[in-house]
Design a protein. Structure first.
Length: 133
């Protein structure tokens, strides 16, 4: 998800977790428990929902339009991630830096961070890619 850089009404980082589980019903049940725990333990209001073959957890009440998969920064940061990764993630560092007046000037040149965790035969593997504007 993104943190709108020019929206003074946004007081916290927004996140969205998207999964494509084999068993949507079980994954949704787990996500609802996690969302409830996160909402109880902090100042977050987290929801969990199933959308087709995906389960989504988010604290964003007004998600943006379009698809993350169409975003050039996302594509670049996650290019080369193995198809059988256990988990893959993306952080839009550029938007976070733009939204924070206290961000160091050097951070304004950062674009995105893609990462993954998986296995290669019998060994765990991890990869990360930091992209620069």
């Amino acid at each position: 998800d993104s943190v709108p850089a020019n929206d003074p009404n946004v007081s916290q980082a927004l996140f969205t977790l998207l999964s494509h589980p084999d068993d949507v019903t079980s994954a949704l049940h787990t996500a609802q428990i996690l969302a409830s725990l996160l909402s109880e333990q902090g100042n977050l209001s987290v929801t969990a929902a199933a959308h087709g073959s995906s389960v989504v957890m988010t604290n964003d009440t007004k998600p943006g339009s379009g698809k993350l998969a169409d975003d050039a920064s996302f594509k670049t940061a996650l290019s080369g991630v193995p198809a059988k990764s256990v988990i893959a993630g993306y952080v839009n560092i550029g938007a976070l830096a733009a939204a924070s007046p206290a961000a160091p000037a050097a951070a304004k040149h950062l674009d995105g961070l893609g990462f993954y965790v998986g296995t290669d035969a019998s060994s765990p593997v991890f990869g990360a890619k930091l992209t620069i504007k």
